[in-house]
Design a protein around this ligand. Structure first.
Ligand code: NAD
Length: 507
């Protein structure tokens, strides 16, 4: 089988780099190595950052009209060719094609938002704030910004950031996950086709060495990071120590609370879709279901029935005459084995295993990284499967006697990314929204990922820094404000200031 060598991208062209270290990219559905990735050395990172720096001046001076036209061209190309990108994502990440198309569509929403960012760059203007004095405000781009992204959304997560960063006049170095790096290079080629000047969008492949180079480079002004909590915290601390603006989004343990009056079929569908979609490898996956009061037994039965109908298999085009698999493999063998060890831990700790994903019969190659959907009931908060972010197709049901107990569980959790409540009681939902310390909340919606013109981000250990992704917070993150106070002398009334050393007062 032929394998591809995946290179960096800088100055509008592929760059082989000087790094000696390589890593393998595998197709999780077959276990086969499909590509080799050159991991950046420090000097590779310097080269890629330098190409972004060289492009930064001309790009910020490019008119808003031209920048906006390029954004529109990129949007059109992405929309027309999303099938190609979905196939690349599925072949390296493992998710099914419709799921990959979904992540592209959500990323495309941010591109569409970015097509209109010139509106958000408009400053304010106040005339006559003091006699003969006017004030206006403006937002300037930062320069070179670094984006470091996780394996689970190789297209959408980078697109939470780079469309806005570019539209407002910055240049970008994207460091994608080394597990599924090809989507980033495909996006770089698409930018070139859309007419983006060389050097505005660059890709640096690698691991910690590449990340550290970005965090420490004096030429990088800001870092947008998404990944696991320990790395998010490290990135935040290291980059802020080097004077950068940082938003670092971390892990999650999202609780879905089902109140006794909820529509149980709707809740069961939601739990299955949000628990096992993308094989649970989503930061907005539901990993804990809190069944309140009498809801528990019936809900678990309905989730189990649905779970047993799911097809696990190769995420790519299904065999002739068969429907697409519901769930693909996990991203790597190591990750598959780690998730399986959590299932063992849950069983050992005494949780009731209702559906066991280790017994999966998958539609795909023998060496794929398969694990089926797993459902645990009667999970308690001291168990490892409750405490840790598993990031796989494992749903834990916790029973709570009351609404207050359920909210306490949500709020006691160290993460605060997403949560949902299922109920037909508007008052209870309204109260839930106020009571929980979580950044994104769904009411009868299990995966409440905000639309692009709102901002995405969690609380507590799900976010380091204070700015969420995209929407107006994204525009603020990638720009810096200036306020200009102006006085032009009026030919008819020339001011006579004289000498006045006291602090200037507006008159
Ligand atoms: P990860 O933390 O292992 O890797 C993320 C990025 O950091 C990758 O580009 C990787 O190369 C780099 N990296 C890894 N270890 C590093 C180190 N020691 N030093 C410097 N850089 C390092 O995360 P992952 O496994 O790729 O992704 C899964 C995690 O991401 C989960 O915890 C998930 O919850 C989280 N995630 C969060 C969000 C969110 O919006 N909060 C979204 C998607 C994923």
């Amino acid at each position: 089988m032929t394998t591809e060598t995946i290179t960096h991208w800088a100055g509008g062209a592929p760059v082989r780099g000087t790094g000696e270290r390589m890593s393998e990219v595998t197709n999780p559905a077959t276990g086969q190595v499909t590509g080799h990735l050159t991991l950046a050395s420090g000097s590779d990172a310097e080269h890629v950052i330098a190409s972004a720096k060289a492009a930064a001046g001309p790009w910020r001076e490019t008119s808003l009209a031209r920048r906006t036209r390029i954004m529109f061209a990129f949007r059109e190309l992405l929309n027309a060719r999303r099938g190609e990108l979905a196939a690349i994502i599925s072949a390296e990440q493992g998710k099914v094609l419709s799921d990959a198309e979904g992540e592209i569509a959500r990323g495309q929403e941010v591109v569409e938002f970015a097509c209109g960012t010139s509106h958000l760059l408009k400053g304010g203007h106040s005339e006559g704030v003091s006699t003969g004095v006017d004030v206006h405000s403006k937002r300037d781009p930062l320069g070179v910004v670094g984006i470091i992204s996780p394996f689970n959304f190789p297209a959408m997560v980078p697109m939470w950031f780079f469309p806005i960063a570019i539209a407002v006049g910055n240049t970008v170095v994207l460091k994608p996950s080394e597990k599924d790096p090809s989507a980033a290079v495909w996006l770089a080629r698409l930018w070139k086709e859309a007419g983006l000047p060389d050097g505005v969008f660059n890709v640096l492949h690698g691991d910690k060495e590449a990340v550290d180079a970005l965090l420490r480079s004096p030429d990088v002004e800001a870092i947008s990071f998404v990944g696991s909590t320990p790395v998010a915290q490290y990135v935040y601390e290291e980059a802020t120590r080097h004077g950068k603006r940082v938003q670092a989004l971390g892990g999650a343990k999202n609780h879905m609370v089902v109140l006794p009056d909820a529509d149980l079929d709707l809740a069961a569908d939601a739990a299955v879709n949000a628990g096992y979609g993308s094989a649970g490898e989503r930061c907005m996956a539901v990993s804990v279901l809190v069944a309140v009061g009498s809801a528990g037994d019936e809900l678990v039965a309905r989730i189990a029935d649905r779970t047993r109908t799911l097809v696990v298999g190769d995420g790519g085009t299904p065999p002739a005459g068969e429907r697409e698999a519901d769930m693909g493999p996990l991203v790597t063998k190591a990750h598959r084995d780690r998730v399986a060890s959590f299932i063992e831990s849950g069983a050992r700790a005494g949780a009731k295993i209702v559906v066991d994903g280790r017994e999966v019969s998958a539609r795909g190659a023998e060496d794929g990284f398969w694990l089926g959907p797993t459902l645990f009931d009667h999970v308690s908060t001291d168990m490892e499967i409750y405490r840790e972010e598993i990031f796989g197709p494992v749903l834990s049901v916790v029973r709570a006697e009351t609404y207050a107990e359920a909210v306490e569980l949500v709020n006691a959790n160290p993460y605060g990314n997403g949560t949902a409540v299922f109920t037909n009681d508007g008052g209870a939902a309204r109260r839930f929204e106020a009571d929980v310390n979580v950044g994104m909340i769904g009411v009868n919606i299990p995966v409440p990922v905000p639309v692009a013109y709102y901002s995405f981000g969690g609380w507590k250990r799900s976010l380091f820094g204070d700015t969420h992704a995209h929407g107006t917070e994204g525009v603020h993150f990638f720009t810096r404000g200036k306020v200009v106070t102006t006085r032009w002398t009026d030919p008819a009334r020339r001011p006579e200031d004289g000498l006045a050393l006291g602090f200037p007062v507006n008159v």
